[in-house]
Ligand binder design. Structure first.
Ligand code: PAF
Length: 313
């Protein structure tokens, strides 16, 4: 009897201890919590419920191959709203005929795991056939801010970007959307589109995330060989040259461009496509540096890989 009583008390104690442990552990976020949706009808159904619950949705549009830069956008989105949607869609209409659409890295499994770890609520990953209706004939074409910089060398690129982002905004209806500052011209184009078409979306621009050596993170960095990665550090070095000149009082954009160009091309294997001092909001060329209003923007090739960057002056 005595033995059984002891055992009973021991079991009750163990049960209480077990219940304490179970209830005091915060619920782990199961990957099952994150929805992965491929069709527009499923997406609308899921997001109608989210909106009906009074939640604000923030979108992070991506083409996948997620890196720490994207994770920073996701973190920002989570801070801005109650529900985070990441779109993963390699958009064919923003690639030129001789660009890297077919070889653009597609890493869906790794992207899904990274999103799940980053507490994303929903991934929207449609196929091209699902997202672009057959015989689609409508474009969103933003003028002026698309003519210079990358726009001058990638005809049709920004038309593809603004069209796909407008489509994402239409089907997701987010309250806000987060874009990376590395793609400065893209940010300006999206802001212009939202402004001109009265889209009820707050556009948030998140700072560029860089490697310790200053190289801006990009999905295309994975095309670079270790040797090219080393050579690519000339990009942040050229940006620094420009910033230091401005800090010393230089206000002539031509002299700043010349000095940055010289640093960028110290190694002959780096081919500059453009390097320009422009106004950070209009992207138009300036005749004098006005601190806080200008940026240095550049694009260059290392082998077949095109890299872009920009910094405040
Ligand atoms: O920046 C990108 O990854 C793309 O241009 C975007 C905004 C997802 C549109 O396809």
């Amino acid at each position: 009897m005595k033995f059984r009583g002891c055992k009973g008390r021991y079991l009750v104690l163990m049960r209480t201890f077990f219940m304490f442990i179970v209830t005091s552990i915060p619920p782990a976020r199961s990957p099952l919590c994150m929805q992965v949706i491929q069709t527009i009808s499923d997406l609308r159904q899921a997001l109608d419920k989210v909106r009906a619950a009074g939640k604000k949705i923030c979108l992070v549009p991506t083409m996948g191959c997620l890196h720490a830069g994207h994770l920073s956008l996701i973190k920002r989105a989570r801070a801005e709203a109650d529900y985070t949607v990441v779109s993963i869609f390699v958009n064919p209409t923003q690639f030129g005929p001789n660009e890297d659409f077919s070889k653009y890295p597609r890493t869906f499994e790794a992207d899904r795991d990274a999103c799940s770890k980053a507490s994303v609520d929903l991934i929207f990953a449609p196929t091209v056939e699902e997202f672009y209706p057959k015989n689609a004939n409508t474009w969103v074409d933003v003028e002026k801010v698309t003519t210079g910089l990358c726009g001058a060398f990638r005809p049709g690129h920004f038309r593809g970007v603004s069209t796909v982002v407008a489509m994402l905004f239409n089907v997701i209806q987010p309250t806000c959307a987060v874009f990376g500052r590395k793609d400065l011209q893209q940010c300006v184009v999206i802001k212009q589109m939202v402004h001109d078409l009265h889209m009820p979306v707050k556009v948030i621009i998140d700072e560029t995330v860089r490697e310790p050596n200053g190289l801006a993170l990009s999905s295309r960095n994975r095309y670079l060989t270790p040797e090219e990665l080393q050579k690519a550090t000339a990009i942040p070095a050229a940006c620094k040259v420009a910033q230091e000149l401005v800090q010393k009082g230089e206000t002539n954009p031509i002299l700043i461009e010349k000095a940055a160009f010289k640093r960028l091309t110290l190694d002959a294997s780096l081919r500059v496509q453009y390097l320009k001092v422009v106004h950070r909001e209009t992207l138009s060329e300036v005749t004098k540096i006005l601190p806080g209003e200008c940026v240095l923007a550049l694009a260059c090739y290392l082998g077949n890989t095109r890299l872009i960057d920009n910094v405040d002056l």
